[in-house]
Design a protein around this ligand. Structure first.
Ligand SMILES: Cc1cc2nc3c(=O)[nH]c(=O)nc-3n(C[C@H](O)[C@H](O)[C@H](O)COP(=O)(O)O)c2cc1C
Length: 242
């Protein structure tokens, strides 16, 4: 098995060295695609003022520094609709299935780019924080109807060497034939491992366990993310609740 994939860490500080962004763009396009519709668009951000505005939305320190290539991965069924008869019912390009296909394609492309970058000695981090203000992202990138900005990714030459974050015990996540039983003892051990990680990490040491993280998430301010349903509707997606 390939060991690079097992040593993944998110990288948030980069050296001022150019990366081969065209190779990464080609990798994104080579990714598996749901129903071969290729329902995503990848936008490379090069304009400093635009990057600064995205940095403000994201609030992430990684965008406060100028290095690394920033890509935005967009769910996109607008191309498909453009290619069909304007009089036809475009339900199959606006429904949950189409939306999920776009989410699969955009996410897999982003992960393929990150994995390829890591294999090449680069590093990076996904930026879900662009969803702190999806409407502003739509306006900034001039996204048409039937698109949605799902995920950012910044990739560059690492200027840091962070520790790996411990993952959940395999027995809680990986199973055979049926859903795994919740193992409280394994979780307690994992909480300790996460506490040790946060207490000892080189930057930003703090007191935290996995359970405390999950509990804090309940009260995180997500008011912009709660607007996602209405924004998707305004973008033309038809995603009714059951
Ligand atoms: C969909 C997604 C969105 C993410 N968004 C952010 C983000 O906005 N800012 C950030 O610093 N890290 C972000 N991350 C990185 C996670 O925080 C990171 O993967 C997680 O803490 C595990 O750490 P590791 O990647 O170093 O193993 C995101 C990861 C994923 C998969």
């Amino acid at each position: 098995m390939e060991s690079v994939a097992l040593h993944h860490r998110s990288i948030r500080r980069f050296k001022p060295i150019a990366v081969d962004y065209q190779a990464l763009e080609a990798v994104a396009q080579a990714t598996s695609s749901s129903e071969f519709l290729q329902s995503f668009t990848m936008i490379r951000i090069t304009a400093p003022t635009l990057r600064a505005k995205i940095a403000k939305i994201s609030g992430s320190a990684v965008l406060a520094q100028p290095n690394g290539e920033l890509f935005i991965f967009v769910i996109d069924t607008s191309r498909d609709i453009h290619l069909t008869d304007p009089a036809s019912d475009c339900h199959n390009y606006t429904n949950w299935n189409a939306f999920l296909a776009g989410a699969f394609d955009a996410t897999l492309a982003a992960q393929n780019v990150l994995a390829c970058a890591e294999r090449s000695g680069l590093g990076g981090v996904m930026l879900g924080s662009i969803l702190n203000d999806p409407q502003q992202m739509i306006d900034l990138l001039h996204l048409p109807r039937y698109t949605f900005p799902l995920l950012g990714l910044i990739v560059g030459v690492p200027a840091e060497d962070p520790q790996r974050k411990p993952r959940l015990p395999q027995a809680l996540v990986v199973s055979e034939n049926t859903y795994p039983a919740f193992d409280a003892e394994a979780m307690a051990h994992y909480d300790q491992a996460v506490s040790d990680y946060y207490a000892n990490r080189a930057s930003g040491a703090r007191q935290e366990s996995f359970t405390s993280l999950v509990q804090q998430h309940l009260t995180a301010d997500q008011h912009h993310r709660d607007e996602i349903g209405a924004i998707l509707k305004a973008q033309g997606f038809n995603l009714p609740q059951a």
